[in-house]
Design a protein around this ligand. Structure first.
Ligand code: GLN
Length: 493
């Protein structure tokens, strides 16, 4: 007998679309199956902070009506998880912080509005590191997320919830945000596809700001094709976000030709570091050979300033965060601990509302921006950032894309790095350069090491999402890694 809870949750967006359009399945049946699976399994995984049970069923019923005769979009009836830094008018949005516990935004993020208009079904708000600061999801004020492949391991971060939700078949597709790697790194740790678009490709309106010059929203999916479908649904100019680009949005599906013959793929020595796990190095090396077998030409490129990306990021991102988080003062939003004076109200609200990593970032950033240090730290970081970007610009005169490991290790054990922020920061050493340069990157599974997923990322020039998706898709078609699922109760392997 068909096990509905297992079978439909395993489908890709494209397969679900066909099943819904052919009336083999209704959106309500599909949604109910996901809600049941979440109820059964998410206690162990922790991917969701808030399940939007009633909203999801109402959206599914509306999707079914639309399927009977209305205009159907690629995501009509498709179950989606939303990282809890994306504002939703009908569900709490907390950024996994006590300071926003129970907060309900007065509007939807633009990406949320777009998905809603297209008839997507919102299963819930997915767990994250507090204010998207972290690489393991252990900085969530509410609960950690466990990696579906091994529940003693982290899922990566900060979008650990959206990554684990797709990996554990608790959503068909999800949205996260990537400031320094928070889509690609958890996608890699959880064995799913994760895409960080070009800075400005997707509107940031309604994304709770962490570092505004770096933040970008993007999808997690089971396949590159699904990531392309989800990007198509959210990309494009938004008059309400002045940093969103007016650059026209191409048809990403058409880019997925499966053919990368003659394309030039760059390999950079800078994406090898001490401490890289041999199993990761081996899997990525094997993937690089595969690109050559598929007819691409491998070209060595040099990115000499990439080694400064991590320190530069840890000036720039905390500096912007310290300014962005000033708004959480106990007066305007969420938690308010009233005290005799306004100053004490601020101090107590912020002292009790923010977790330790968020406080560390606010202190680092305030220091880097303070008079006397501003030029030495912040201005210098901006200059180095330009050099990092120029290295990439130079590379694009020689190659169509660059392939590199997503992370130097597979998912590490829960608790292994919580006492050592520097070790935690190093988890993003390969993802941060793309954010500093504003370029797109897509992470794709490329193997297993110690039974855990290994991932490679394809980086490309600004607005070349079509190119990197095409390369990642061609690779995915030649391999079976994306199709491997973790061993969970009720999940087929
Ligand atoms: N892990 C990095 C940090 O902690 C990146 C986070 C992100 O991309 N949101 O800042």
């Amino acid at each position: 007998m068909m096990n509905l809870v297992t079978d439909v949750s395993e489908l890709t967006v494209a397969q679900t679309r066909r099943a819904l359009d052919a009336r083999e399945l209704s959106a309500v049946e599909l949604t109910a199956a996901f809600l049941e699976r979440i109820a059964q399994l998410d206690g162990e995984i922790g991917a969701y902070l808030h399940v939007m049970h009633d909203v999801a069923l109402a959206q599914a019923a509306a999707a079914d009506r639309r399927l009977l005769g209305g205009e159907v979009s690629p995501l009509t009836g498709i179950p989606v998880a939303l990282k809890d830094v994306l504002c939703t008018i009908d569900a709490p949005t907390t950024a996994a912080s006590r300071i926003l516990e129970g907060f309900r935004p007065p509007y939807d993020a633009t990406v949320v509005r777009r998905l809603r208009e297209q008839g997507a079904v919102f299963l819930g708000k997915a767990n994250t590191d507090e204010f998207a600061m972290g690489s393991s999801n252990e900085n969530s004020a509410f609960k950690p997320v466990r990696n579906p492949w091994n529940r003693d391991r982290v899922p990566g971060g900060s979008s650990g919830g959206p990554a684990a939700a797709v990996a554990a078949s608790l959503a068909t597709v999800s949205l996260g945000s990537d400031t320094g790697g928070s889509i690609r790194q958890p996608a890699g740790f959880c064995g799913v596809v994760g895409l960080k678009p070009t800075y400005g490709r997707v509107s940031r309106l309604g994304l709770m700001a962490f570092a505004s010059s770096l933040d970008q929203i993007g999808p997690f999916a089971r396949t590159v094709e699904d990531a392309a479908i989800a990007l198509q649904a959210i990309a494009g100019h938004d008059p309400l976000d002045s940093t969103s680009s007016p650059e026209p949005v191409p048809n990403y599906g058409e880019a997925l030709t499966g053919d990368i013959r003659g394309m030039k793929i760059g390999i950079a020595d800078e994406y090898t570091v001490d401490g890289m796990e041999p199993g990761v190095a081996r899997a990525v090396a094997a993937a690089i050979v595969r690109f050559r077998d598929l007819g691409a030409e491998l070209v060595n490129v040099s990115l000499p300033h990439t080694k400064y990306a991590l320190p530069t990021y840890y000036i720039t991102a905390p500096a912007e965060a310290s300014a962005n988080l000033a708004r959480y003062d106990g007066v305007k939003y969420g938690l308010a601990i009233e005290a005799p004076t306004l100053r004490e109200t601020y101090e107590r609200t912020r002292g009790e509302g923010f977790g330790p990593e968020v406080k560390r970032r606010i202190m680092l950033g305030t220091y880097a921006l303070s008079s006397g240090y501003y030029d030495a730290y912040y201005v210098k970081a901006q200059k180095v950032r330009t050099l990092i970007k120029r290295d990439f610009d130079e590379a694009w005169s020689k190659v169509d894309a660059i392939v590199a490991p997503t992370s130097p290790t597979v998912a590490f054990p829960l608790g292994a790095r919580t006492d050592d922020p520097y070790q935690m920061y190093l988890a993003d050493v390969f993802t941060i350069p793309a954010n500093m340069a504003g370029i797109p990157g897509v992470a794709v599974p490329c193997g297993l090491s110690e039974g855990l997923p290994v991932s490679l990322q394809v980086l490309g020039p600004a607005f070349a999402e079509g190119t990197i998706l095409r390369i990642a898709d061609a690779y995915e078609r030649s391999e079976s890694w994306s199709a491997r699922r973790p061993d969970l109760p009720g999940a087929a392997n």
